[in-house]
Design a protein. Structure first.
Length: 317
């Protein structure tokens, strides 16, 4: 499923960090503490003219634009996730957090970025629990500069599940970015969220879509590895997972991906914990017995080992 033939000579994977369990954020009580903020629900958003947007654009740094682009691509991001992606050069985590908070506050004051009226983790989470997203003005600015997106409809509060899953996917993207930053021999050459990573194929003349959460390409020396990533929050039955796995097999049999790159990506199911992992692996193996092993089921803590060293054979199915 990749060009990897050996793991000899590779750097050891970094020590695992505690990973947030986003499956616990799927109930309103997990992030129901309202905060007093100009971004509270129901407030009329700022409307900026084109001239005001152009003026705001002159006040943006390259990093500001990267933050706005990330908010566009991932839809919702926690303060901590933005900090980890764009302020890693700070001398201490406290300095990084303060620098991130200042940058986000400035973008908010410019009317380009705002946060939900509720914090992930409640009041005790502090500013690190704020969930940021583009304003309509921010979308317009990116559109005027890059023509990279279609303007969305009026903002509506996301459902608990949608928000939890979106943040979980973003966190995997952040982990990949951190991993390749820490491992000097490892490069992240491609990282695509939805809908950039979607694939179209034909089945009996009807157009079908494969919709992974992420697509990534990592390069280490002469080896290039390709990954489809699915983030599971233990909300669907094993049968639902099998149905989606069948779509990957159908896309594999189409040969389209192999024609373009010569290999088919390994599809990585990232699950909340060991219990869910041990539940899914035998179901997938039984459903696709004697067929190519296209999948790996891991926890978020095992992502670094999989990317750097190929993971454990027991996770393949």
């Amino acid at each position: 499923m990749s060009n990897r033939t050996t793991t000899q000579g590779r750097e050891k994977s970094p020590e695992s960090r505690p990973k947030p369990d986003f499956s616990k954020f799927m109930v309103c009580d997990s992030f129901s503490n309202s905060i007093s903020s100009p971004a509270t629900a129901g407030e009329e958003p700022r409307r900026l003219s084109r001239q005001q947007l152009e003026e705001a654009a002159t006040r943006l740094s390259d990093r500001d634009r990267e933050i706005l682009a990330a908010a566009q691509r991932y839809r919702y991001l926690l303060t901590g996730q933005i900090q980890r992606m764009y302020f890693a050069e700070s001398t201490t985590p406290t300095a990084a957090h303060r620098a991130a908070a200042r940058a986000l506050r400035r973008l908010k004051d410019l009317g380009l970025l705002t946060h939900l009226a509720r914090r992930i983790g409640g009041v005790r989470a502090g500013s690190g629990g704020l969930v940021w997203h583009l304003t309509h003005a921010g979308e317009r600015l990116l559109y005027l500069e890059n023509h990279t997106l279609t303007l969305t409809k009026r903002f509506t509060e996301p459902s608990p599940y949608f928000l939890a899953h979106t943040l979980a996917v973003a966190d995997i993207a952040v982990q990949l970015t951190e991993l390749c930053r820490e491992q000097r021999a490892l490069k992240l050459t491609t990282l695509q969220p939805e809908p950039e990573c979607w694939r179209a194929y034909s089945e009996y003349g009807a157009l079908q879509s494969l919709k992974p959460d992420l697509f990534a390409i990592t390069v280490s020396g002469q080896y290039e590895d390709r990954w489809f990533i699915e983030v599971d929050l233990d909300t669907e039955s094993p049968n639902k997972i099998i149905d989606k796995c069948e779509r990957y097999h159908k896309y594999y049999r189409s040969g389209l991906e192999q024609q373009e790159s010569g290999v088919f990506p390994l599809t990585v199911w990232i699950v909340p914990g060991a219990e869910r992992k041990e539940k899914l692996i035998p179901h997938i193996r039984k459903a696709f017995d004697k067929q190519p092993r296209l999948f790996a089921v891991i926890t978020a803590d095992e992502l670094g080992s999989l990317i750097c060293q190929g993971g454990e054979g027991g996770s393949l199915c």
